[in-house]
Design a protein around this ligand. Structure first.
Ligand code: DC
Length: 437
């Protein structure tokens, strides 16, 4: 599976090193992250640009050349940073005499074929920002890797990032280098045995038997037993189980910790670029990683459930997780559960299930679970039923990707079925569709 994003490395010349004439405050860090991206093997398409003073300047560029004469004439300052030379030789390198790299027609043609343009380099406030703005104007979706971009000062660098993130989630995404690589590493890992995203029950082997990975979408309201069914099915079939609710819960932990008002969509969405969500698998169990910390043990509280239900209605929040969910399904045989998997995330899934159960049955199951684990607290059967109905209402009535049965989903009411019966029913559907032997 190829990553069809285009990595643009902007103007990594000596003059922008810390301490030089146009020194950027984090040029060294940006350089290290750019090298990490180039070494990660996630990109096939990479392009380098360099700034050359305009030869025949007009208007304000005339003044630019006058003020910067000494710099323009210093060959060493204008050279590409030594550390990048081995990479620069492998990819196209274009010179420009403007801030925006999209004044280069060849680069525009490359960007037209890409899913996203991924921006890195210097100077955040001029060349990178101008490139981002022209990419947006031209309709190229932008990914801005904040720690692989460096600006002249921490304050103005942050301002540039704010301008770009203002256009998120529709035209831009801002994220860290690590997050970008994590999201894409598995696209290259199937079959090599290296860096495979989910561990033990990874479905790389299964995928090889089909031209396309098998994707099973399971949607339904909370407490219906989707995850128990999906987990067990994944174990039996050797598929990867992806619990998308856990991803929304992980973001909710972040919002709560930050003390944000979960009803304030603007501040919730504005905080997203600072937070990265990753999934790792240990012994086949999904672990949720928030900014590098494993928060799996913190995501099942009532407070988090409520915050996840409220904030998952925001388009920006959903957009942040959508690509990650799709990427995983593209490269693995997956069973993914959530609310909008059959309708939005994986509309092409080969089998879609909508699992439901009577609300009283679901509330009783939840009540028994809480009691058995000693986490019942003050909750009663009635209060659990009430919370559940409120959450169902919110999940089904929101404008963005509401809980809904896809037209072609199979409806499975498990109120009066045992777990074993549910599994048997699904396995026989998979056999009928020739998706498993
Ligand atoms: O499945 P869960 O209870 O762990 O999900 C937590 C919240 O996240 C729930 O209120 C609905 C929301 N969610 C969603 O909006 N879309 C998904 N695909 C999964 C969960």
């Amino acid at each position: 599976m190829k990553n069809k994003d285009l990595l643009i490395v902007i103007d990594m010349q000596n003059v922008y090193r810390e301490g030089e004439a146009w020194g950027c405050c984090r040029a060294g860090e940006a350089l290290r992250n750019i090298i990490k991206l180039l070494e990660s093997g996630v990109f096939e398409d990479v392009v380098f640009t360099r700034f050359d003073a305009p030869a025949d300047p007009e208007g304000s560029w005339k003044e630019y050349n006058r003020v910067n004469k000494a710099i323009n004439e210093d060959q060493r300052l204008n050279e590409m940073m030594e550390e990048l030379k081995p990479y620069a030789g492998r990819y196209p390198m274009f010179s420009k005499s403007t801030y925006s790299s999209f004044e280069i027609p060849e680069l525009c043609n490359m960007a037209k074929k890409a899913d996203h343009v991924v921006l890195t380099g210097v100077v955040a406030e001029c060349c990178v920002l101008a490139t981002a703005m022209s990419a947006i104007d031209k309709g190229f979706p932008v990914i801005y890797l904040s720690d692989a971009v460096s600006g002249l000062s921490p304050e103005t660098e942050k301002e540039a990032e704010h301008v770009v993130s203002y256009l998120a989630p529709v035209q831009t995404e801002v994220m860290s280098t690590e997050e970008y690589i994590r999201r894409h590493a598995h696209l290259h890992s199937c079959g090599t045995g290296e860096n495979v995203h989910p561990s033990d029950n990874t479905a790389c082997g299964g995928a090889a038997e089909h031209n396309k990975n098998v994707n099973i979408a399971i949607d339904g309201p909370s407490g219906v037993g989707k995850s128990t069914t999906a987990k067990e099915l994944a174990r039996k079939l050797g598929f990867t189980y992806i619990d998308t609710g856990a991803m929304f819960r992980t973001l909710a932990v972040y919002f709560i910790r930050k003390g944000l008002d979960i009803n304030d969509e603007e501040s919730i969405v504005a905080s997203l670029p600072e937070c990265s969500v990753d999934i790792s698998y240990e012994d086949g169990k999904q672990h949720m990683i928030l900014n590098g910390e494993d928060v799996t043990g913190l995501i099942r509280t009532e407070e988090v459930s409520h915050a996840a239900s409220v904030t998952s209605s925001y388009a920006g929040v959903r957009k942040k997780l959508l690509e990650m969910q799709r990427d995983m399904a593209r490269s693995h045989d997956v069973i993914m559960d959530g609310r909008d998997i059959g309708t939005v995330v994986l509309p092409e899934a080969q089998l879609k299930l909508f699992i439901s159960a009577r609300p009283e049955v679901r509330a009783k199951r939840r009540y028994d679970q809480l009691r058995a684990s000693g986490r019942l607290g003050d909750a009663t059967l009635e209060s659990i039923l009430k919370d559940m109905e409120e959450r169902d209402y919110r999940d089904s009535h929101r404008a963005n990707a509401p809980l809904m049965k896809a037209e072609d989903a199979v409806l499975l009411d498990n109120s009066d079925m045992t777990e074993e019966e549910v599994l048997e029913a699904i396995i026989s559907m998979l056999r009928d569709r020739k998706l498993i032997d």
